[in-house]
Design a protein around this ligand. Structure first.
Ligand code: ADP
Ligand code: TRP
Length: 320
């Protein structure tokens, strides 16, 4: 089984990215042949500064490797190191009905947020289809927001196969269901765009400040607190065993505990959880050549696969 996913390098990674995307993607490496790429072509629809794009791409690479991505098991590469996907995008574009793209939520959502309505932003799902189909992927783990794009990919692949013959594997989305939405410091979904996020690798002072600033209810100190509705508790339980989470819930319900103590406990478990990753990251930052080699070696593996698919698709269309 081949599993493929991608992440846009659109800024510093936060806890929502980690629990919603990175951790599940890293765990997929035990379940099949995994491909994971940094979607820098996609990020060009929003990141227009070249230095920023280059830096974000490298940071995402370093952060994934630091958090346990094993490049001997997962092909981990930059999207743009496999330019075959852009040619494949064209072959797919000519079978893609306009209506299919017009129905996509993400274009409407992004333009409503003020992102420039370019052709690239509109045809984004076709590039994403090429990413998925180039590697004949069976399973595509994505967050709920990306499910529609995998459905579009299936439609495009079926159209192409009907018109030109059976070239593409039809992929299945795998929605990362067991991960609830990670709340941000204000209780809304954690997101860079709400500026309510806690960075994975922020410095100690800033991270502590973010944690201490988490919005809580105004329950007086001596009264019982409700863990089910508390943002601090929702984050705390992501880091600890069920037993530890039950113990914290008991302290909440007993009263006399207080949110400040809960926040300190959250900071401590979080800081300790990321400690080994931080060490690994510090080493990787010092050896960018090693990171570059990993990305290049994976890309050449991925590229072989994409080339085979593209050649078959070209032949089927009469481009040979
Ligand atoms: P942001 O909202 O900060 O811009 P992205 O949309 O770039 O984050 O998200 C990248 C990945 O991380 C996606 O797969 C998304 O599903 C996941 N993700 C982002 N925020 C959260 C969250 N708060 N909870 C769970 N998963 C999240
Ligand atoms: N569009 C995805 C996102 O914004 C990133 C992505 C690009 C992707 N190509 C992909 C995800 C292919 C899965 C498969 O999160």
């Amino acid at each position: 089984m081949r599993i493929l996913s991608g992440i846009q390098p659109s800024g510093r990674l936060h806890l929502g990215n980690y629990f919603g995307m990175m951790k599940p993607a890293i765990e997929f490496q035990d379940q099949g042949e995994a491909f994971l790429f940094i979607a820098n072509y996609h990020a060009m629809t929003t990141v227009t500064d070249p230095t920023e794009l280059r830096q974000n791409t490298m940071e995402v690479a370093i952060d994934f490797l630091a958090c346990g991505l094993d490049p001997s098991r997962t092909a981990f590469f930059r999207q743009s190191d496999v330019p075959e996907v852009t040619e494949l995008t064209w072959l797919l574009s000519v079978v893609t009905p306009m209506g299919l793209l017009e129905r996509c939520h993400s274009y409407k959502d992004k333009t409503a947020r003020g992102i420039l309505p370019t052709h690239g932003l509109f045809s984004y799902p076709v590039l994403m289809s090429a990413d998925i189909l180039a590697y004949q992927s069976n399973v595509v783990p994505v967050g709920r927001d990306q499910k529609q794009h995998v459905e579009v990919t299936r439609d495009i692949a079926m159209k192409f196969n009907n018109q030109y013959g059976p070239i593409f594997t039809i992929p299945e989305p795998s929605i990362v269901e067991n991960v609830a939405v990670v709340p941000g410091v204000d209780g809304r979904k954690m997101s860079k765009s709400y500026n309510n996020h806690i960075e994975l690798f922020g410095n100690e002072k800033e991270t502590r400040q973010r944690v201490m600033g988490i919005v809580t209810s105004s329950t007086p100190l001596d009264k019982p607190m409700d863990p089910a509705t508390c943002n601090v508790f929702a984050l705390y339980r992501l880091f600890v065993s069920n037993k530890e989470s039950d113990e914290m819930a008991d302290r909440y319900r007993a009263g006399g505990y207080g949110y400040a103590k809960a926040k300190h406990a959250l900071f401590d478990v979080m800081w300790n959880y990321f400690e080994p990753f931080r060490k690994k990251r510090d080493e990787l930052i010092k050896s960018p050549d090693q990171v570059e080699t990993i990305l290049q070696e994976s890309a050449s593996r991925a590229r072989g696969e994409a080339r085979r698919t593209l050649d078959a698709a070209r032949r089927a269309c009469g481009l040979d």
